[in-house]
Write a protein that binds this ligand. Structure first.
Ligand SMILES: [Zn+2]
Length: 331
């Protein structure tokens, strides 16, 4: 073992020397070192080194576990062929609890994956992975990580509400070992896991989540640990989260975390009211006009004479029923 390690280290050193490479420079913060493979990512490394210590302490306080040593964060491109990258987008970061390492791909950060929420999510994995390695179902680990991350800006509640309305929610048992590989189903799996953990935390308290992890770490099977710590097993909590995602709560959740949807809805309702009001005014004006005198702008006098003798005017009917957007509305 030791000899193989030394051989590997000297091989790496030789390769590095041959390529004329220095070891990547590291930025340091309290309890964290951040390595940037690319010099252009040094500012991001500095930002992480300065913000990660407080952020990771918040996550430790929230979950009640400690990382217990220095965390290494590697800023590096994550290939698609390596270990399965983490997150609803599938490709932003991954955590290795054994080595207290987070690999983060800066090119994949963005609006859907804000830096702080990604770091909080991966820190939760470090804590759970060290507290109860291999003892927790995937939905619980990812659910806790997303529950923590959502405090820093990531929540896919609209996708979850749409899936609930369409009857496309997964079963917790289906996402206990692996998540869907890609697309909307993956986003929904993360969001559903988050919602399940949020339901447990709100129903039984964050301390019950901690107790579940402690019991599982001590060898109690997870379902039993959850039952002992929270009063309900996975089936009970699954029913609770499904109830929460149906009925009157569903519409509220659709708008939660998506304030732009509220403005779009208000605009749509306002626009609809304007169209209705304009059409009503036009209808009243047309009826008044028809009652007093024949319209002046007839295309052909002979047609007008024939129509007015028969009763209702063709233009009147069209305006009332057919034209969704009569030309006058756009004035
Ligand atoms: Zn994760």
């Amino acid at each position: 073992m030791k000899r193989a390690g030394i051989a590997a280290a000297s091989l790496l050193a030789a390769v590095g020397a041959a390529a004329g490479q220095e070891p990547p420079p590291a930025e340091r913060g309290d309890g964290v070192r951040v390595e940037a493979r690319d010099a252009s990512e040094r500012p991001l490394a500095r930002e992480i080194a300065s913000t990660f210590p407080a952020l990771s302490r918040e996550v430790e306080m929230r979950l009640g576990f400690a990382v217990g040593g220095e965390v290494t964060i590697l800023l590096d491109r994550l290939g698609d062929g390596g270990p399965h990258p983490d997150g609803p987008g599938g490709t932003v970061a991954l955590a290795s609890a054994d080595s207290r390492t987070i690999r983060l791909d800066p090119s994949r950060l963005g609006l859907a994956a804000p830096l702080r929420s990604v770091l909080a999510h991966e820190t939760a994995h470090l804590l759970l992975g060290r507290a109860a390695p291999g003892r927790l179902p995937l939905w619980f680990e990812e659910g806790v990580a997303e529950w923590v991350a959502s405090a820093y800006g990531r929540a896919d509640r609209a996708a979850l509400a749409r899936a609930a309305a369409a009857g496309r929610l997964p079963q917790l048992a289906e996402i206990a070992v692996s998540f869907p590989e890609d697309g909307d189903a993956r986003v929904v799996a993360y969001a559903f896991a988050r919602e399940a953990v949020a339901t447990v935390a709100e129903g039984a308290g964050a301390g019950a989540l901690r107790e579940t992890v402690r019991l599982a770490a001590g060898g109690t099977p997870f379902a039993e640990a959850l039952r002992l710590a929270t009063g309900q097993g996975p089936e009970g909590w699954e029913a609770a989260v499904r109830a929460r995602l149906s009925g009157p709560g569903l519409l509220r959740r659709l708008f939660e975390g998506n304030p732009e949807l509220v403005w779009l809805a208000l605009l749509a309702v306002g626009g609809g009211l304007v169209v209705v009001a304009v059409r009503r005014r036009r209808r009243a004006a047309a009826a008044k006009l028809a009652a007093t005198e024949p319209p002046e702008d007839e295309p052909s006098p002979s047609d007008a004479d024939a129509e007015s003798a028969e009763g209702p005017q063709p233009w009147e009917e069209e305006d009332d029923e057919e034209d969704a957007f009569p030309p006058e509305v756009t004035r």
